[in-house]
Design a protein around this ligand. Sequence first.
Ligand code: GDP
Length: 616
Amino acid sequence: MQAPSLGGVQVPRGDGKTVVRLRHGASLNDFADKIDANPASLVTVLFHLGEMATATQSLDEDTFGTLATELGYIIEMVSAEEEDRELLGAFDIDLEAELADESDEQLTARPPVVTVMGHVDHGKTKLLDAIRSADVVAGEAGGITQHIGAYQIHTEHEGIERAVTFIDTPGHEAFTAMRARGAQVTDIAILVVAADDGVMPQTIEALNHAQAAGVPIVVAVNKVDKEGANPAKIRQQLTEYNLVAEEYGGDTMFVDISALKRMGIPDLIEAVLLTADAALDLRANADKDARGVAVEANLDKGRGSVATVLVQSGTLRVGDAIVAGTAYGRVRAMFDEHGGTVDEATPARPVQVLGLTSVPRAGDTFLVAPDDRTARQIAEKREAAERAALLAKRRKRISLEDFTSALQLGKVETLNLVLKGDVSGAVEALEDALLKIDVGEEVALRVIHRGVGAITQNDVNLATVDNAIILGFNVKYAERVEDLADREGVDVRFYSVIYQAIDDVEAALKGMLKPEYEEVQLGTAEVREIFRSSKFGNIAGCLVRSGTIRRNTKARVLRGGTVVGDNLAIESLKRFKDDATEVREGYECGIGLGSFNDLQVDDVVETFEMREKPRS
Ligand code: GDP
């Protein structure tokens, strides 16, 4: 169905229920494609809704929403996870189906992965240290010496040696950040509460986060060595939050410990294993390409990208082609928390991986790809998707190029500028010259800030708030400011010649000016005779004296040099009995001026049109 829309453009309209699915970072082109519309008409409609965008620019959900509502569609943005699933699907990788298809025989028990949480200063770090040194294997291997972001300890539990993996970053912030990125790493949370301090705000926050994630909690009542420690009170307090100790008839294990004195640590690990065995079915298929999560990563001067990954299923081997987020590469070497080399890593094993081309982020999922090429392609596709999503988040601001259209829509009247230069003399010269540009009445040029030196975060922030354009003369961005300007969509221009800056601004300002019109005379005709007609009004029999008389052009009547009739139009024009569109100089014609009947012989009919005046 076609119907006129804002701005008079034709856009196919939805019925208010039609759902249009768009990816993050989609542009008007993509939207137009889905509804079979002309992208240019969507640009116009959006314009009239008060948003400026080009057809290829990535837009955010809000902008699409506004446009869709106007046109009778419902927008559904495809989530980042969904998008990644589709992206992997294009490479025949379906992680969910893979997990669902695994048979009982393929699954073997894996160690639990534990995160330590709790209020600040309640002893999380001390506890992680204490557990590290409780490792029976580490004792022989010379202890856990490396902080790689996660470590695994071994303990004897009911006569069997069991492994437990600990995430070495205490606190729920990392836990939640990873969850926000779609990575569920933690199986069990140890909630540390200092017995001398009791339940505190972050204690509650941490337990809320764990409960929201459906992660079972083991409570470590710490600092029981301290005078005034009251472990019973902690148990009491936590019942309010649905953590009821076993001894009170609940199902949460509470263990009294002293992280400092390293007391109660084996009991705590025992409690973790008991809780895991009772509440969780921790099994994984080790016999496939590895899948997991990056828990920590950094760039090492000598070794390049160093990423600690936690294998969640499958087995990771040296030589595997892997992709972690947007980083990819081939596993060159792997190390464990003792600093020793590892050839393969099975589920729940954290390892440091060398060989990635860039640094993944904590919480990025990783997977082993069938070959190097696939790994690279997945990474590149992810990067493109991320870039598009980032662009969409960018706020739309004014640029010199936008000004013409912005002004025509009456959206701006002032061009705000921030000037930065290498020396104060240059800044002053630039400002002087800019303010001398003759822009007329309709637009104003305002220098909202000027200064010497690189373009700083402050400059960009100012430009963001005041919708300004930054001109840099012989200067660069200060560190990391380019990203900010990019994100905020601030137009920053660099010049090394002053007049080029002035030229650009002048051009933009001239573009900003509303067009000016001037009157151009088309022709004159002298009235020789008046024919009175009751049907058509008076008709003037004329001789064209100069130029051409055209039908429908604007006209006025002069008598002895003064205007006696204005705002008229040549409503009828005849050569003898026939209608004519134009009559040239030296010819006779009949002119009808509509309802204007006050014509006399010797009057002059003058015709003219309004033409846009070119700006000098
Ligand atoms: P975090 O902020 O939760 O990581 O807490 P820390 O592990 O840094 O510990 C905070 C402070 O409490 C440090 O001064 C520790 O020495 C002290 N501390 C930790 N555990 C114990 C404990 O079991 N007993 C005593 N007396 N002090 C402890």
